[in-house]
Design a protein around this ligand. Sequence first.
Ligand code: ZN
Length: 463
Amino acid sequence: MNLSLLWRSRTSVLRNPIRITNPRYTHTNYRSPSPASLIASVIKHKPSKMAATATPDLPILPAEDSHLTAKFGRETANYFSGSPLNRLSFLRTEHAFLAPAFKHPSASFLLMDNLAPLISTENTSQLAFVSLPEIVDTLGNTVFEKTEEELIKEFNSEDREQIVVFLGVDEKGVLSGHGRSEEKFRYKEFEGVPYFAVDVTKWENKEQLKERIEKERKAGFFGGGPRHMGLIAGQAAMYGYARALIDWNARTPFCAQCGQRTLSVNAGTKRICPPTDHAGGEVKERKPCATRGTVSNHSFPRTDPTVIMAIVSSDGSKILLGRQRRWPKYWYSTLAGFQEPGESIEEAVRREVWEESGVQVGRVVLHSSQPWPFPASLMIGAVGQALPGEGEKIYLGHDAELESAKWFPMDEVKEALAKGTHNMGEATPKEYVEGALRLPPQTAIANRLINSVVDGWWVASRM
Ligand SMILES: [Zn+2]
């Protein structure tokens, strides 16, 4: 477990704190029962109660009155969730779907350079997409023409791999695509604009491509690096998904079992270890590999579960927060750490809190989760309550990770949520008073957990 790793991934600077309202992101856009629309893609502008800093909006789920909501309260949707796309994961092996989707005039491509996405230079909270004709010279138009069986049979470890990932279909026209075609792609009962992500990092003509895109599209790659935290909610989720998959494909060129080169299949969501290789102009059998036998014949992108928890004191009056030495002065956050094999999430929460702070936690309740694509975490947010008496005693001697851990009264934390939240690289909000507690912004699940605890989420069920 290394909290500093987790926290480092949360320190991106918000480059363009523009808050925008897109009238197309309304409930009325969503009538389809597709997973993307039902679960997490109703996105609308919501002014933050903690308006100390301009941070991107969060995904908002549709109102509903289920028994589950009556008992447990509303579901929390965190930043990096809420993609407007239907992933259609069951079609990733169907090249009869992928090939025409890829070549369709509406098909929209998110280019990524060293994991930095192409974004509009006029509004950096928006991704920018290009059409196939703009990149066909380098990418070609036959990417999904061959079946996976054919690709495996023709595998040549000397070929340079183009990393292309199918992201999904925008069925409701939430996004504007590349803006050069009104036509919708149709396949069976599915209709909409297909989206793909393409890694241009190793393209030889990258500089010319960038120049042309900058001029014609008024778009550019995010200059500050591969951690764009200023995108509007739904697009942040698309970026997170594309980033995680492109990164995984690029960093996993070899088989984990036998060390030989692998081949990307399933539209960028699976890599396999082919049995033969055409390298050098002749077909050779490759070394045996267990992944081709009974163990499995593939490897999938990883998702690393991470627990992150707001711990309430036994009397409910305080919350436990910690800080690392290199963080800005007065900056605290919830404790966090990697989930380990052989333990439940609840146990990981209790173990991490005890190891880092000495505090003993009793009951733990799951709160919400957040995809965190830096590079492949799933933040599992929980709220726990400390055991009374000795259980609340802070001791930092087990693990040298934290410089300080403290119990903060709820009122002080409430004040910090209102006046002291901002990204780590940013200046403090103007309302902030030097010396007061500072906290992460609402794009971090830590902020949502702290907010929920202060708001009494853990006290009684909401109606
Ligand atoms: Zn292998």
